[in-house]
Each structure stands twice: as C-alpha cells, then as structure tokens.
Write a protein that binds this ligand. Sequence first.
Ligand code: FEO
Ligand code: CA
Ligand code: CA
Ligand code: CA
Length: 587
Amino acid sequence: PARAATPPVGLGFTPVRPNSGDAVVVPEGYEQRIVLRWGDPVVPGAPEFDFDDQTAEAQERQFGYNNDFCTLLPLPDGRRLMVNNHEYTSEEFLFSGYDGENPTEEQVRIAWAAHGLSVVVVDRSDDGAPTVVLDRLNRRITLNTEFEVRGPAASSELLKTPSDPSGRRVRGTMNNCSGSVTPWGTVLSGEENVHQYFAHADRVTDPRTKRRLDRYGFMAGESERKWERFDSRWDLGREPNEANRFGWIVEIDPHDPDSTPVKHTALGRLKHETATVRVAEDGRVVAYMGDDEAFEYLYKFVSHGTMKPGGSAHARRHNMSLLEKGTLYVARFSGDSPAAEIDGSGALPADGEFDGSGEWLPLAGGAKSYVPGFTAEEVYVFTRLAADAVGATKMDRPEDVQPNPVNGRVYCALTNNSNRGTPGHAPVDETNPRIGNKHGHVLEMDDDATGTRFSWTLLLVCGDPEDSNTYFGGFDKSRVSPISCPDNLAFDRHGNLWITTDSSAALGANDGLYAVPVDGPQRGCLKQFLSVPRGAETCGPVIDDEFVLVSAQHPGEVDGADADHPVSHWPDGGDSRPRPSVVAVWR
Ligand code: FEO
Ligand code: CA
Ligand code: CA
Ligand code: CA
C-alpha cells in the first residue's frame, strides 16, 4: 500500500531487530560512543575510577550509579549542561565479594554518594556527539546534599525529626527515577521507590502512623542495604517522620552549582516517576505526574501564579516559586463502551477503541483540603490515602506523563501490572483492559490544561504484534516492532513519540528505544531504534536533532550475576565488569 512507501517524517531508519546481545545495537549507518560511565570524574579534580579501591570521598565527585533520566540544557556559550539521575545502587555489582548481611560503613557511604544526580558541562566534539568537560559548573547531588522543603507542607509537624526540628531541611535525595526540564530552565526529578531504604516499620506502634507507612510499602525488619546500622534516620522505629521527607518532586537549578535544591510539597508525596510541566494559555503552569506502582494513580497540579517570561534573575526566582502554590488533582477515568465488552482479553470493544472521558478530582489547593477527613497537610504528605478516599482510578503503573509539544495531547506510559483483574485485585476497566497486563500500554489524553475534564484513548496496547491482544494505533501490525513495558517518553521536533522500555525480557529480548508517529496515516507505526545490553533497562532518552542519548541502566543485572560473576562486560569489553553509562547515537 502507498502509505508504507514513505517513512514517517524524522523516522527513516531501518528498525533494529529484537536481540539479546551484550551491546547497544543501533540501525545501519548509525554511530555510537559512550559519554559518561559510573565512576567517571564529574567534579574537577575527582579521581579516576578504581573499582578495587573505591571510596565514598571519590564517589561523591564521580558519576553515580544506575543513571536513569538524562537531559541537556543550553548554556549561553553554546555548550550544554547534561543532568542525570542516579536512581539506585545494586551493591552486589558495586563491590567485589559483597556480603549483604554485613556491609561495611565505607560501602554504605559509597552507596549514599552513588545516589542523587550529576550535572556536567558537555561540548560538541568532532564527531558531533557530546563530550564531557570538567567545568566549575559540574556538580554532584547525593544523599548528603542539603535540600530545602518548600510549599504548603514545609515546616509541618509531619516532617520534623530530631536532626531537623524546622521540618524544612532534608539531607539528600534518593531513588531519583525520571525527570524533566521546566519552562524556566530548571530540572525536576522524582523520588520514586523510597520505601526500600527504611527499616523496622513493625516497631511503629501508633496505629495511624503504621497505616500511613503501610500504604507506602514501608517494611518490617532490617532493610535490604542495612543503612539503619550506620544512621538512625533509616530506622522507622526511632525516626518515623524521616520517611515523610522522601517521595517528593525535587527541583534543581543546574545553572548555579551553589544553589540549594528544593523538595516541593505542593505536588504531593508518592512514588514519583517525575513531573512534567506545560504552560497553559493563561500563563499558569500544569505538572503531570505518575505514581509508579501497580494500581496507583495519575495526578496533575495547576499553579495559582502565572509564568513570567524572560530570563532575568527576578523572573527566574518568581517562576521557581510556581510549584509551591496551586491545586493538586487525581484522575478518574470512564470508558465509553459497555463494561461487558471489556472482557480482559485485550480484544477491542465494538466501537473499535479503548477510549472515553475523565475527570480531575481536586485533593487540595494551598491550605485548603478537598478531601473529607484530611487536613491539607495530610493530603500533601499522604497523597495516596487522600486519592483512595475520593475514588480515583487505579492504573497499571503510571510512569512518564508528557505533553506533546506539537499536538498538545498528553501521553502516559503504563508499564505493566501482572495482577490486574486477578483474584483479590481490581478488575479490568476500559483504561486498563487486560487481565495480568504483562506488556503495558500507552495512554493518550486530550486535556484542558487548567480544567477538570479530559478525553482519552489508548494509543498502544503493547506486546508482540502477532498476538491478537495488542493494538498499535490502528496501524497494520505486520509492519511494527514488538514492544513491552513502556517507561520513559520523549518527543522529537516533529511530534513523534519516543519510548524507552523496562523489562522487555517479557518478550525474550533486551530493552530498547522505540519511535512512533502519533498523527497522520502512520499513527501507530512503531519502530525500534536501538537496543541496550543484556540485563539493562533503557532510560533517559534525549532526542536531539543531531543525536540521541540514552541511559543503559543496570547492565548485566540478571539473576545470579554479580561483580564477581558478570554476564555483561558492557561498555568496557573484555572481562570487565558492567558499568551503567550514557551513550550517544548519531548518523
Ligand atoms: Fe524507576 Fe518507574 O521506574
Ligand atoms: Ca470505547
Ligand atoms: Ca522509570
Ligand atoms: Ca523502570
């Protein structure tokens, strides 16, 4: 057919085939180069990486572990700032002979320094891809960096601890998953699975505190990493409020290496993938957010104030306060097909689409709570419980939620949910239509940015296109790439949607980066652009006009492997140990 003859604008590459190699595989005619690896110097004067002689002091100045989100910001001199999140540590890969029952204090301190974010200046090199410059703007943010708490829950009793009686100063950030760039040039980052770092939830006796901790998944007994042995703040039995100081959206000003980063309480506390900001017609800003866990919710925040244009220091200061005051909403979805037609198999209903309408339910605005039985402070700090109370729609793990700058619609990756529709769990609905949703789906919303109504449709129902329970925007499925577990989203300047995946093992292949047009006759024509090494997850993507950057997170992390038994030798090759890295790909 004629429509297959023209490749989608901006997507002329030959798709990469699903594979399980120990390499980054790119389309024919494309080049690749490593930009930055775990342990590489970030701050000028940092020591070179030495796996066998790593110290916390060195790690504090080197690229952290498991880089996830990646972005580039322009500098006035034509160079750029690259900002990366370091989501988590996998100690058995950081250390040879790691004894998980008896970590040393130095190992624990190395892990604190390997979390957080990195800011580095990059310059264009001869090949066109970015090269790291050891510049004075470079910075590491770790679990030791002081943050300021802002917004309506700052100074709340719920945030006060023995080391911070003000409830306004938090040491560090962690489990920073995805991120975004704000319209005023700062970076947002989501604190995601923060429950895993805390111990002894069972020693909390107050039933209300206990219920709140349970809702966020805080666990009994020692923590996996045993940090509580070296700092009592990780022991919930001793400092239960420390848990309330993580799970926020944080804002970093990467242009000022001396700035104090911020935790924004107005955006609620959940397992934040990230927040993505758009500017509404009236100048107010809207942030979309996913809570990445099975049966959790989709949120948005609408600011009270409006954005000041221009880059003056005054405008910048004003804009950096926009996320401190506004209204926080959670989404309730309705399908437009009869419930009986959503049978859990993934078969399309009679109207040919999983689609419908939805409503944003207000939770709190400034000091006002809209949820009976909750103060505004309680809504911000225990947002999940407030969202439960208003009857929000339980989703299949909402990850990135991003407005498309070309068509204005909003896209959300729902990564998977193996428990959907199984006994004892929430049933299928038109928005989450498959029982035991192994491969996830991608939602498209037409949202009145500052309003409370939207319409929606599923753009992709992921999996092997040969399976009848998949859907690719109505496109001919014989001509698309298989895809599983969509996670991060980005758009190129044509408005094509780029998707990274986390856990393509469900399809028997490595994870990858995919691109799909969302408008015109080729809507749904999904093609795989690259794949990452064995055991890695693809994150971050930067889709620049001249190159693509991706994070290959946790290469070689498969059952039974560790630093002494590596199954991946990427990126250094030979018999080297794997190192999470940023890689550039260009033609
Ligand atoms: Fe850290 Fe939602 O992935
Ligand atoms: Ca329908
Ligand atoms: Ca993610
Ligand atoms: Ca993920």
